[in-house]
Write a protein that binds this ligand. Structure first.
Ligand code: HEC
Length: 202
């Protein structure tokens, strides 16, 4: 009898331990309310439902960093820009133009924004995730969050105005940034998702 109770208690402890480890492991992967920054819809101001994003691409280093700080570590990351370019061509250029010069949707390559918050990476993510008006639908059904950060990095790379206005860059990045010139040699698109850009080990 005594032995039985002991066993049950031990089993309960084991289960509690396993659960604890599981919860800690999930943490940011389970998302939603856990983002340290408050993300809101660009038009309605309602909180974004991050749980609507695909499971894939939630727990990459870039997504975790972004949800904690609002910083996109893919900005000017040369290893990641080819994939970022490819995602932009397949998901955005049809409406925003090949080099984000504007088409059905507005240009995304200059310092003018319909929604001024888009000059921050937090604002840009919110607009891409949750959409804006009319044809600018929410993207969480088509892109995972890691891919959104990649697309954002390409949009930023396409910026053609004075680097002083590139407030999303670090001071060091800004001092080296060259406004995009479509007629000059530039980074070509690539299908491959390198590990460091949210691939299997990213
Ligand atoms: C079906 C067409 C369409 C697609 C596809 C599309 N957009 Fe848009 N986008 C628009 C339209 C139209 C607007 C203007 C909406 C508004 O003013 O509320 C817009 C607005 C925006 C804005 C706000 C610009 C500003 O000046 O504040 C951003 C940022 C943006 N789109 C990014 C993207 C990105 C990145 C993608 C690809 C992941 C994308 N869009 C895909 C049509 C589209």
């Amino acid at each position: 009898m005594k032995k039985k109770i002991f066993t049950r208690k031990a089993a309960a402890l084991l289960v509690a331990g396993a659960l604890g480890a599981g919860v800690a492991g999930l943490d940011l992967a389970s998302l939603g309310a856990r983002a340290a920054i408050m993300l809101t819809n660009t038009v309605t101001g309602q909180p974004l439902e991050l749980s609507e994003a695909p499971e894939e691409g939630r727990d990459t280093k870039a997504v975790k960093t972004f949800l904690e700080t609002g910083v996109n570590i893919y900005n000017e990351n040369l290893a990641c820009l080819p994939k970022a370019h490819e995602l932009f061509l397949s998901m955005c250029s049809g409406c925003h133009g090949h080099y984000a010069e504007g088409k059905i949707g507005p240009g995304l390559n200059d310092s003018y924004w319909t929604y001024p918050k888009n000059e921050t990476d937090q604002g840009l993510f919110e607009t891409i995730f949750g959409g804006a008006q009319g044809q600018m639908g929410p993207m969480y059904g088509a892109l995972n969050m890691n891919e959104m950060l990649l697309v954002m990095a390409w949009v930023r790379h396409l910026y053609k105005d004075d680097p002083k206005g590139a407030v999303w860059l670090t001071d060091e990045q800004r001092s080296q940034f060259k406004p995009f010139d479509a007629s000059a040699k530039h980074i070509e698109p690539a299908e491959e998702l390198p590990e460091a850009c949210g691939g299997p080990a990213g």
